[in-house]
Design a protein around this ligand. Structure first.
Ligand SMILES: Nc1nc2c(ncn2[C@@H]2O[C@H](COP(=O)(O)OP(=O)(O)O)[C@@H](O)[C@H]2O)c(=O)[nH]1
Ligand SMILES: [Mg+2]
Length: 255
């Protein structure tokens, strides 16, 4: 029996929407001047999704990068169905970019990774399995545990990272609170008032999200070979200001 064209179209639309609903993961990928990295990253994520049967989506959140990353991202979205692009007017910061990606994500599980190829895409399936198996609602790609490592950072950068982590141990037992590679069940952050300023959205979520278990998975982080890091003095000051905010909240709660 032949189905009328209208019905076929409707069925196709429903199937597509259903497929979107069952996205295993929505990865938010913030970009600012990553023209040399973004295409390679998307190719790697495609391979990772494909080889592990992951029905994932990627949301590139670009802040009108002067180097034209946004245009490359649009081309990638045309080439790959799992890629969408969110264009923002100007540089509004990493944390708010990550949250903007979460806000339009279609999966119940959201994640983040840098666009600069520092994070190993072949850990995506391992991290996703931790959440899907029900072992935890929050999973962090960790450089500071057995099996984890940092390659290519100078002594200053290592010191900054270690120092920031030491301070954050006041609030959490997670070892790599400065990681930019993590995943969380969306329900854990729904309705939470999150501070979108600064660079370190992970610590903000570790402190404010509702979750029972967080698990760290070791990752080897390789410093970017192309483009420049956007972490500078301003980000350090933002971080210290955030930490001060957390301490004040704790003090108020204890009174
Ligand atoms: N959309 C957006 N992305 C940003 C911004 N700042 C940094 N990023 C991106 O966030 C990720 C982390 O920044 P990166 O410079 O690699 O920091 P680092 O890894 O700590 O040195 C990269 O993919 C950057 O392109 C921003 O203001 N807006
Ligand atoms: Mg980076």
């Amino acid at each position: 029996m032949n189905m009328p064209k209208r019905k076929i179209k409707k069925a196709e639309k429903a199937r597509k929407e259903n497929k979107e609903k069952i996205y295993d993961i929505s990865m938010s990928v913030p970009t600012y001047n990553e023209k040399e990295n973004i295409a390679k990253l998307i190719g790697e994520i495609y391979n990772e999704f494909k080889s592990h049967g992951i029905n994932g989506e990627v949301i590139i959140v670009d802040d009108n990068s002067p180097d034209g990353t946004g245009k490359i991202a649009d081309e990638l979205a045309k080439k790959y169905k799992f890629v969408r692009v969110l264009h923002r007017k100007g540089k509004e910061g990493l944390s708010s970019a990550v949250l903007a990606g979460f806000a339009i994500s279609k999966s119940d599980i959201v994640g983040v990774m840098d666009a600069d190829l520092s994070h190993p895409t072949n850990r995506i399936h391992t991290m996703l399995n931790v959440i899907k198996s029900g072992d935890a609602e929050f999973v962090v790609g960790s450089r500071y545990m057995p099996g984890g490592d940092i390659i290519g950072w100078n002594a200053w950068r290592l010191l900054m990272s270690r120092g920031a982590i030491m301070i954050s141990r006041l609030f959490t037992r997670v070892r790599d609170t400065m990681s930019g590679f993590f995943m969380i069940r969306k329900k854990c952050i729904e309705g939470k008032k999150l501070d979108p300023k600064g660079f370190k959205i992970l610590l903000e979520l570790l402190i404010k999200a509702d979750y029972d278990r967080v698990v760290e998975v070791p990752i080897v982080f390789i410093n970017r070979t192309k483009g420049k890091s956007k972490a500078g003095m301003k980000e350090i000051l933002d971080y210290l200001r955030n930490v001060w905010g957390y301490i004040r909240t704790r003090m108020k709660e204890n009174n």
